[in-house]
Design a protein around this ligand. Structure first.
Ligand SMILES: [Zn+2]
Length: 254
């Protein structure tokens, strides 16, 4: 029992003894401060590049065509259903005699930025789609130019406050806020750990591969020397035992 413990302690002492410092041990020691140094730029870069759009409220509405042909947007207001004017199938006209011209869906949206923790929030313009009668495909609201009739109709409805409160009060200016200072710290800690882990594994793999290659080269040189050949180029040196250098490659041969 005591002997077993002593053997264990010896083993611990052996493995924790100071090793000869090689280039590899120095690299491993440098990995911690180096990864710390690049952590903040990495977190900043990830905050810039990783963005996850998050939908807020969604509202819908219909388009009507006025008698002189222009489009009018009318929101469905769920909080105020009496204001909703759906297109009843009365030969394409509703009870006020307006001609149905299509429908639309709008979403408030923001983007969560950063990974693995959300480090900042970017406010985004309204998103959604527009379906116009006579148009073969559904249109992306964000892609509509400011003078597109559907866009103009919706903008006018919002300007005239003929839209639900979630749209009227939505912050649509594109800007970024950073409401989570602690998450920057958390993200930095996680990235430091990940980077350090990654670099350590890469260094270990590189060290393993180099030692293998070195061993293989040494093995080959030993084998060639045994066969009486130059350990660098394999040139047959039998009968040339007295020359110091290989006549083929000029390397020291013995
Ligand atoms: Zn040689």
């Amino acid at each position: 029992m005591l002997r077993a413990i002593r053997q264990k302690l010896d083993a611990v002492n052996y493995y924790s003894a100071e090793r000869e410092r090689t280039g590899w041990t120095r690299l491993r020691e440098a990995a911690l401060p180096v990864t710390l140094l690049i952590t903040l730029p990495v977190v900043g870069l990830i905050n810039l590049t990783v963005r996850q759009p998050v939908d807020g409220h969604e509202v819908t509405g219909t388009f009507y065509r006025s008698d002189h042909g222009s489009l009018i947007a009318s929101f469905y207001d769920l909080e105020n259903p009496s204001a909703a004017t759906g297109a009843t199938a009365n030969f394409g006209r509703d009870h006020e005699g307006r001609r149905y011209a299509g429908s639309f869906t709008l979403r408030t949206q923001h983007a969560d930025r950063g990974w693995p923790l959300v480090t900042s929030v970017q406010q985004l313009p309204l998103a959604g789609s527009v379906d116009l009668i006579g148009s073969s495909s559904r249109l992306n609201f964000r892609a509509l130019t400011a003078d597109h009739p559907a866009r103009e109709a919706i903008d006018t409805a919002i300007e005239d406050a003929r839209a639900p409160a979630v749209i009227l009060t939505a912050d649509r200016s594109v800007h970024e806020t950073s409401p989570y200072p602690l998450r920057w710290v958390g993200s930095a800690m996680i990235w430091w750990a990940l980077l350090y882990l990654g670099l350590s594994v890469a260094l270990m793999a590189a060290e393993l591969i180099t030692t293998r290659i070195q061993r293989r080269i040494a093995f080959r040189a030993r084998r060639l020397r045994k066969q009486g050949r130059c350990p660098s180029c394999g040139y047959d040196l039998r009968g040339l035992e007295f020359s110091e250098r290989c006549p083929e490659c000029g390397d020291l041969s013995w």
